[in-house]
Every structure is written in C-alpha cells, then in structure tokens.
Design a protein around this ligand. Structure first.
Ligand code: PMP
Length: 429
C-alpha cells in the first residue's frame, strides 16, 4: 500500500495522521517508514534516506544492529516477564551502569527518559522537603509537567499556547525557576534568593535539544558548589550525553559529580529504556520500608528484551571503536560543512560535539539559548528540506541536532558534503 493511501488511513485513526504530535514537521509530507538498517531507512514509496536524524538519537550503532537484534530475539525466546523479581541480565546491566557512570552507585531502570527525570525530581523533593526546581533555557527533560517549561523563561508560561499545554497545572509551573544556560551569575543569584527552597537543579550538561550548546566549566562547577552549600540535589540529565559521546557521560569528561543522573536513548540503541541512578543514600529512598514499598512503578521497567538490547549495545561500545568512529566522522562533517557554507558566503556556525552536529545560519558564537535565536530559521529549514531531495534525512525543524552513527561511512560523509553545497546553494538562489 503506498504512502498516500496509508496517510489517508492514518488521518482517520491517529490525530494529525502520519504527522501527529512531535512528528508534526511541516513539509515532511506523508512519511511512512517501511524499513531501517544501518545508516539508512526506506519509506513506503521506496525512497531511501541516509538518516542523520536517528529518531532523536538512540541508534548510535545504526538501525537494527545485528548483535542487538539477535540479543532481543533471544530474550523473546527465554523470558518475557518483568515487574516482579529481576533477571540476571538486569543485575548485569545495573552493574555495568554503576561501573561506567562515575557518580552512579545504584540504579533503577525505567522505560523512558521522561520517567527517569520525573522520579529524579520526586526523590529530590522527598529528600529535601523542598519544592523548587531550577532548570535552564534550552534544556529538555521530557514530557511531564514538572519539566515542561522548556526553552522559555518563567513569565512566558507554556500553558495556553496550544490546547494541550493549557492543561499543565499552574502550581507545577510555579515550582520551577528557569535560568539562562551557562550563566554562573544567574545560578548564584537564584541560590542567594531562594536557596532554602531549592530541592533540585536539573541540567542537560550539554543542551542537545536546541541543537548543541557546550557548557562552560565554571557554570557546571558553580552548580555543584551552590547545590552542595544549599543542600539541593544536582541532577545531570544525561539521557543523550550518557553514551552518545563517551561511556560514562559528561560527568566523566567534566569531572563534576552530580547527585543523581538520568540516562536513556543510546543505552539500548533504540529500545525503550531509561534509568535513574546516583548516590546510594538518595536511591535507597526507593527501597522497601517497614510500611511497604516506596512508590516506584512501571509495568515494563527492566523488560528482558530491552535489557538484552542494552547489554548487547554496551558490549559493543566497550569492545569496538564506536566512539572513535563517530567522533572522526562528526569532526569531518563539522569541518566540511563550515567550509561549504563559507565558500558560498553564508554566515554559519557549525557546532556540535562527538557524534552530534548542527548547522546554524548566523554569525558569532553561541553560549546561551538566546544566542541561538539569531539562527535564520527559514534558511535552516529550507536547507534541510532540500537535503531530503538528495536522499539525506536531517529533521527540517529549527534548531534540531543531527547524529552520526557507527554505521555511517566516509562515503556517506562525502555524499552529505556534496549535497550540502547543492542544498545551501539552491536555498540562496
Ligand atoms: N532528557 C533529555 C536530555 C532528552 O533529550 C529526552 C528526550 N529527547 C528526555 C529526557 C526524555 O526522554 P524520553 O523521550 O525517552 O521520555
């Protein structure tokens, strides 16, 4: 059945049809995915794309990595229950995560990153008896109300801007302070004014949901110092940074130790996983108490197929030069794109880190989310739509990052750079 017909069917039963919710990307048309393998996917009409969107980031090894698929199939034959007891594989996965992520002493699995950040904030509030959460412009931590203030500052509530976010409880928004990323001064001031009420500071150490902003070490150090002084819980949301760039996340690179860490995405190369880990005394609040079990639930937490996918992924990340490969290709892309745009005379800032890249069309550096507002959104979206015509899939939505995987090759990078010259040239014409 072709895409147009499938799209009609979808429109009747899925709100927005094939482009529902987060997939609502203007200009993408009737995209119905038929098959994905390695660095590529094919749509239902037989068009093939080299995929740099990578489903928002999980398949670091590439789509349907054979070792991961084999491990999932094997798990499907052996055990399919979770929720009571653990499997040997789950213990092994928890051991691996505690070994790899420096600050994680104990860990609990969830099915998504959003659940992990939800539990992190809840346990921080429980441990401190306080209510305020500090977060940063440009950081995304999932879909639940407590983190739903996304890129904006507190007075410009999300609520009311679309029919669904109007349903976010105002008292939850009132318990959130949103500060500019990379501003150590703003952090010091927030703690001077509200320190005794701050339960947690949650931060994406590298905000990857507005493209890619790199953190200044003084900013991260200030977060640690202020949280320690005030007795607030520092949460590093390493759902993306945890495994995409290095084993062990940004805390392994920066040497800054959070109290709690959230993980997800690339751990299981695309299978639905999240994890919350951290200091044993905080994590211990989730243990059973004389009055009964502490509230931590999720029917599918630790699902054997997901755990098998995660173990197979981590095995490969530890035994093969995955990060070396994606760093090298990522660097080739960042340097190559900057040269392409500069030879065309387009103002650009090609940024990113490791396996992530993003091409902003603007002058000057980017430290904060506000800086990124200088990006020429129509050039960005137009350029990426034209890449689709060359068989390259980067999401045509403003400020979205792109990813390289272990399955991408140097020939794929050559193709991307040639297509970039044609797409940017055509967009300027
Ligand atoms: N934290 C970060 C940093 C993320 O990027 C995301 C997802 N983009 C989440 C949390 C939420 O994870 P999930 O979509 O698995 O709920």
């Amino acid at each position: 059945m072709n895409q147009r017909v499938l799209s009609e069917r979808a429109r009747r039963v899925i709100p927005g049809g094939v482009n529902s919710g987060q997939r609502n990307v203007p200009g993408l048309g009737d995209l119905v995915i038929a098959q994905a393998s390695g660095a590529r996917f094919r749509d239902r009409d037989g068009r093939e794309y080299v995929d740099y969107h990578a489903a928002f980031g999980p398949p670091l090894l590439g789509h349907n990595d054979p070792d991961v698929s084999a491990a999932v199939a094997e798990a499907g034959r052996t055990v399919d229950l979770c929720g009571v007891g653990v499997t040997e594989d789950e213990v092994e996965l928890a051991e691996a995560l505690t070994e790899l992520v420096p600050s994680v002493e104990q860990v609990l699995l969830t099915s998504t990153g959003s659940e992990a950040t939800f539990h992190a904030l809840r346990v921080a509030r429980a441990a401190t008896g306080r209510r305020l959460v500090v977060k940063f412009q440009g950081c995304y931590h999932g879909w639940h109300d407590a983190v739903s203030l996304n890129v904006i500052s507190a007075p410009d509530r999300v609520g009311g801007k679309d029919p669904i976010s109007a349903g976010i409880l105002p008292e939850v928004l009132d318990a959130t302070l949103v500060l500019p990323f990379n501003s150590a001064d703003a952090v010091r001031q927030a703690f001077a004014e509200h320190g005794a009420d701050i339960a947690a500071v949650i931060v994406e150490p590298v905000p990857h949901n507005v493209g890619c902003l790199l953190p200044e070490q003084e900013f991260l150090r200030t977060l640690r110092e202020e949280c320690t002084r005030a007795g607030s819980v520092l949460v590093f949301d390493e759902v993306i940074t945890g495994f995409r760039h290095h084993l062990g996340g940004w805390q392994a690179i920066s040497g800054i130790t959070p109290d709690l860490t959230t993980l997800g995405k690339a751990i299981a190369n695309g299978y639905p996983v999240g994890a919350l880990g951290g200091r044993a005394d905080l994590m211990d609040l989730f243990s059973s108490r004389p009055g009964g079990p502490a509230f931590f639930a999720g029917t599918y937490n630790g699902h054997p197929a997901v755990v098998a996918a995660a173990l197979a992924t981590l095995r490969k990340l530890r035994s093969e030069p995955v990060h070396e490969h994606v760093f090298r290709l990522g660097e080739r892309i960042r340097t190559g794109l900057a040269e392409v745009f500069s030879s065309l005379g387009v103002a650009s800032l090609v940024t990113g880190y490791g396996s992530v890249f993003v091409e902003y069309f603007m002058d000057g550096p980017a430290r904060t989310y506000d800086d990124l507002l200088r990006n020429d959104a129509s050039m960005f979206i137009g350029y990426r739509r034209r890449l689709l015509d060359h068989g390259i899939f980067e999401l045509p939505l403003n400020l979205k990052r792109s990813h390289v995987s272990y399955a991408h090759t140097d020939a794929d990078v050559d193709h991307l750079l040639e297509a970039a010259a044609l797409a940017a040239g055509a967009q300027l014409a």
